[in-house]
Every structure is written in C-alpha cells, then in structure tokens.
Design a protein around this ligand. Structure first.
Ligand code: 2PG
Ligand code: MG
Length: 413
C-alpha cells in the first residue's frame, strides 16, 4: 500500500440494511475530500464458530449504529487514505474489546472494506490491486467452491452435513462458473426425476434441499459431477466433489450425532477418511469439532498429504491469527478459510494469510450464508493469492461475486 496515496476521509456513514436472509446488517459508506465515495456491506453467518468476534454488540444493529456515531463517525474524519493497517488498528482501538463487542465485527468489517474500496478508487486501481500494494502482476484466479446441495442449519430439512460442494477449476474463470452451474442443474434434474411429486427447494446458499440422507446426497453430487465432467464441456475444466461438514453443529457431548448414526471421535475420523477415499473428495471443510486441533491433524495426515485433499479449517480457526498459528504448528489442516467478519478487519485477515503461507498452507476466501450483493469478496483471493474462493453457485448475492471475477478477467484480456 502506498502511504502517499491521495486524499483524506471527509465523511463516514453507517446504515442498517438487510442480508440475503432478510436479517439486518450494516453497510458503511466513506467519502474523501476529493469527492470519491465507496460503500461496503457486511455478511452474516448461521453456523458461526464460537471463537468468532461478535457480529453486533448486545442490543443488535441499532446499538452498533449508536456506538458508531459515538466512537467513529467524527473521530475518523481527516484520516489519510492508503494505510489500511493504521485504519484497522484505529478501529480496534475505538472498539477497545478483544471480541469487538463494542462496535460489532460487522461494523468494523463494513468500515474496513469501505476504507479499502475508497482508497482503491482514489488510486484508480481495482480493489485487489490496491490491496496487493499496487502490483502490476496479472491476476491469478482461484478455484471455485460452489454449494450444490444444502443441509444442516442452511436448510429446512435435508441432511446433517451442511454443504455438498463442487470444486471447479478451469483455464478460464467463466468456464468454472458454467461447470458449477451445469452440476447444480444436473442435480436438480435428477431430484425431479426421483421425486416427481415432491416440492423441492433451495437452501440459504442456493443449493438444493432434498429429502435424501447424508450418504445418498453425497452419492448424487458425486455422480452429477462425474456426468458433467464426462460431457467434456470445456478443455481443462475439472469438477470434483467436496463437503463442508460444519461438524460442530451436530457435535453433542463428545459425539457426532447424524440422523443415521452416532460416532465418537475416532469413528468420525474414520468415516470422513472413508468418504474421502471412496468418493474422491478433494475438499473437506470442518470435518471435526471446532476445538479438536489434534483430530484435524490426524485426518490431515491421512487424507491431506501432498495436497490430495484440501482439509479446510473454518470454525476451527475463525480467521483468528492465534488459532491459525496453533493449527499450522500442529499441521491440523493444509488449508485455511478466510471470512473477514469472523475477525473484523482486512488487516487481521491478511495476518492469517501470512501465517498460513509461511506454513505452506492454502487459503480459501469465503462468503457467509447471509450475504449482501456486494462484489468485494471476489477481489480478496486475487489480493491475497488464495487458492480458492467459496461463494456458492446460484442466487443473485452469490452470482454477484462470480460475475465480478468474470469482469476482472475481461478487464485483463
Ligand atoms: C460456512 C459458511 C459459509 P456460515 O460454514 O462455511 O458457507 O456458513 O456463513 O453460516 O457460517
Ligand atoms: Mg464452513
């Protein structure tokens, strides 16, 4: 970031908006003394890790707005653009609590992003280039992780496993999008065939919700991926299956309680390993409870070797630099999920990227189940050099990120 970037903040606003689930969240808007303006909204999770910062202070969005007026609004006027670390540090200080429970992590996330965006605008750069220090390198596009079937707390009914994912990689980013859409459609077609009379729907992230159990849902996903892969839509397009188990959501008193079975820790590790081997899963997120660094390490040693399968920590880490450092030391995972509002600022998210990178682990930037139509998420994998972007397949708020990638690609061509 260039400290000599032009301009200063002349005005900040925070307002209440609604996310894709209809829940209230916040959007920040920042103006500069040279007339630039940018705004950013913050998303919200449903399967939240216990170590995430507080999205809002006690009392919710209204209290967040009051605290913003008392602690940020006037105090931040005059700050220079172009120093993200200084801005984010000042936000942390204005909050003063370790879990951001004064301002709320969604308030700081929206402000941190609005500041990054207005800086980029002032520099005449796309967000990702600005965050990458004004680099002239061509962008490297991520693999896409798209949610094809929803379960757990993202669906009404459906399997216990939260997300049945297709991991799409292609020489052209728009081919990867097409591939994910084709798998989603194929699954829809098969569900209709199998349940001709049933009312079928979609979950919070646009994936199908079906009456099938965990294993049958996975079989359906795997077979649909194979069918579309075999169709050879585009040269070099790879469509492979994965899961976000979000296992903390069905972990009760030391056991993993599924509809069909209850497993202890060793049983769960064995079960996930078996699924991974049998179905060729390439992406396995939160296979174990969020406190089980050791269990993650056991599984990673078995299925993650050589990067065969991405073992991804989400609730395990909650984008917290300290927890990621611990996981990297223990080789708990070979990949780290990044959600800015789990930790509250871009600066701390970047710190996590550095920790993961130093350990040779990949990062995956991620949406939340309650999203806004903002496209800023699409810039983060390019800025941070992340190997993946997890942002769903269908739904306007998901497609907004995918279309932004397509736009960034066409800008380069
Ligand atoms: C997850 C996310 C996004 P939520 O668990 O990875 O898919 O869900 O936003 O509800 O935490
Ligand atoms: Mg997750």
């Amino acid at each position: 970031m260039t400290p000599s970037a032009p301009g200063r903040i002349s005005e900040l606003r925070l307002r209440r908006i609604f996310d894709s689930r209809g829940n209230p969240t916040v959007e920040a808007e920042i103006w500069t003394d040279r007339g630039e303006r940018a705004r950013a909204g913050a998303p919200s999770g449903a399967s939240r890790g216990v170590h995430e910062v507080m999205a809002f202070p006690e009392g919710g969005v209204e209290v967040a707005l009051e605290r913003f007026r008392a602690r940020v609004k006037d105090q931040f006027v005059g700050q220079v653009l172009g120093d993200q670390t200084a801005f984010d540090t000042a936000l942390r200080e204005a909050d003063g609590s370790p879990d951001l429970s004064t301002l709320g992590g969604n308030t700081t996330t929206a402000l941190s992003l609005a500041y990054a965006l207005v800086t980029a605008r002032a520099q005449g750069l796309p967000l990702w280039r600005s965050l990458a220090g004004g680099t002239h390198d061509p962008p490297v596009f991520p693999a896409l992780a798209g949610n094809v079937l929803n379960g757990g707390v993202h669906a009404m009914g459906g399997p216990d496993i939260q997300e049945f994912i297709v991991l799409a990689e292609a020489p052209e980013i728009s081919w990867a999008v097409e591939g994910m859409v084709a798998v989603h459609r194929e699954v829809g077609r098969r569900l209709r065939e199998r349940f001709p009379q049933a009312a079928l729907g979609r979950g919070d992230e646009g994936g199908w919700v079906s009456p099938l159990g965990n294993l049958e849902t996975l079989e359906l996903l795997v077979s649909a991926c194979q069918t579309i892969q075999d169709r050879g839509l585009r040269a070099g397009l790879s469509l492979r299956p994965g899961l976000d188990l979000a296992a903390s959501e069905f972990f009760r008193e030391g056991r993993y309680v599924y509809r069909e079975q209850t497993l202890d820790r060793e049983g769960q590790i064995g079960f996930v390993q078996e699924l991974t081997d049998r179905f060729g899963l390439v992406f396995v997120e939160d296979p174990l409870d969020q406190e089980d660094f050791e269990g993650f390490a056991q599984l990673t040693a078995q299925v993650g070797r050589g990067g065969r399968t991405w073992v991804v920590g989400d609730d395990l880490y909650t984008t917290d630099p300290g927890r990621v450092a611990r996981g990297m030391e223990m080789a708990s995972t070979n990949a780290v999920l990044l959600k800015v509002n789990q930790v509250g600022t871009l600066t701390e998210t970047r710190r996590v990227v550095e920790r993961a990178e130093a350990a040779g682990a990949w990062t995956v930037c991620s949406h939340r189940s309650g999203e806004t139509p903002d496209p800023w998420l699409a810039h983060l994998p390019l800025a941070f050099g992340s190997r993946g972007l997890k942002t769903g397949v269908l739904g306007g708020e998901r497609m907004a990120k995918l279309n932004e990638l397509v736009r960034l690609r066409s800008r380069e061509s």
